[in-house]
Design a binder for this molecule. Structure first.
Ligand SMILES: [Fe+2]
Ligand SMILES: [Fe+2]
Length: 210
């Protein structure tokens, strides 16, 4: 018998928290205070790539969401991610660099490839919105202390409020679709797998020199 969906969501939230809090800092964040201009450019290029690829991956996911209201909300998320890619690119250019020479890491590509394999809506919502966006939310708050004031303002005004909506969408997606034992198991497996893939990606960002 499936457990109550709200109990399931709370359990999954706890599992995610205990995984990420047990990791060393450099597997959960790749920004640090007092970054040089070069460090900031590199961090923004990584972010730009993830936002831009998110547009395509989350856009494809809309086709796998069997509920019109949720399709509309995921569509709104896609629009947000496109805006994030644009503001990151603009800031990179203001800092005197470009996105053209940016080469994504293998771990970055593997992360997106994995999301594209998730067929069931509860899997995708568990992995992307519920797990990854929650981590992203914590990193975004750190942006305010790690980046220069202009970049920090960009995060505060144009990125962070949207990412809070994306996390809420993860809860709504799970509440809608993770209602059977099989669906809850799929959602839990996807969250577990993406935790591992995502932390490898963050660690790789940290390890790559600009
Ligand atoms: Fe974003
Ligand atoms: Fe997002």
């Amino acid at each position: 018998m499936s457990i109550d969906v709200d109990v399931f969501i709370e359990d999954l939230k706890r599992e995610n928290e205990s995984f990420f809090t047990a990791l060393p800092d450099d597997a959960t964040q790749y920004w640090h205070t007092g970054m040089s201009r070069q460090d900031a450019i590199r961090a923004l290029q990584v972010r730009w790539f993830n936002e831009l690829r998110g547009v395509d991956i989350i856009g494809r996911f809309i086709g796998r969401v069997p509920d019109l209201t949720l399709k509309v909300l995921v569509g709104r998320q896609v629009g947000d991610e496109a805006k994030h890619a644009k503001v990151c690119r603009r800031r990179i250019e203001e800092l005197g660099a470009s996105v053209h020479d940016y080469q994504p890491t293998d771990e970055q590509l593997a992360f997106g490839d994995y999301l594209d394999t998730l067929i069931y809506p509860e899997e995708f919502f568990a992995a992307q919105q519920f797990t990854v966006e929650t981590q992203s939310l914590k990193r975004n708050e750190r942006a305010l202390e790690c980046f220069d004031p202009v970049t920090a303002t960009m995060f505060r005004e144009h990125i962070n409020p949207d990412e809070r909506f994306h996390v809420a969408l993860g809860y709504l997606g799970l509440r809608t679709f993770a209602r059977t034992t099989a669906a809850q198991q799929r959602a839990r497996d996807a969250a577990c797998r993406v935790r591992d893939i995502h932390s490898r990606m963050v660690f790789a960002h940290r390890a790559v020199e600009p």
